[in-house]
Design a binder for this molecule. Sequence first.
Ligand SMILES: [Fe+2]
Ligand SMILES: [Fe+2]
Length: 166
Amino acid sequence: MSTDAIVILKNDHKEIKKLFKRFQAAGENATTEKGNIVKSIIELLTVHTYLENECMYPEVRNLLPDLEDDVLESYEEHHVADVLCTELFAMDPDEERFDAKTTVLIESVTHHIEEEEQEWFPKVREGLGRKQLQELGARMNEMRQKAPRSPAQPSALKKAVDAVTG
Ligand SMILES: [Fe+2]
Ligand SMILES: [Fe+2]
């Protein structure tokens, strides 16, 4: 398993985008299948967001102050995704707004992933040494074990509530 922080996060992105494609390819009436795909999307996003919000973003903000604006924008984009995930988590897939809400989630997360991979990660790789990225990655691999997997778990929910009320 790689311990380069950027490689780890990119692998997550790949898995998430695979699920997005599966959702988009599922038929209009594939309600059960789409419900299951969205469950998996929420789980992967909850873990990934936890690793970025609790480890990657604060560390980069600390080590590379020039990237502060990018980090703050990322927090806001994750906040939007958190709200949508929390709502989808409580919804039945046959509800009228389920597909629409998922589509908005997919659009906004796809945009965010593109920004990270095309603009932010290259700057981070330039600013941090190979060793620092490996240390960060090793910490994230460890944090993954205890990461929340659903918006209903206290550590994940707290984030969403903080984001809404904060
Ligand atoms: Fe992110
Ligand atoms: Fe990410």
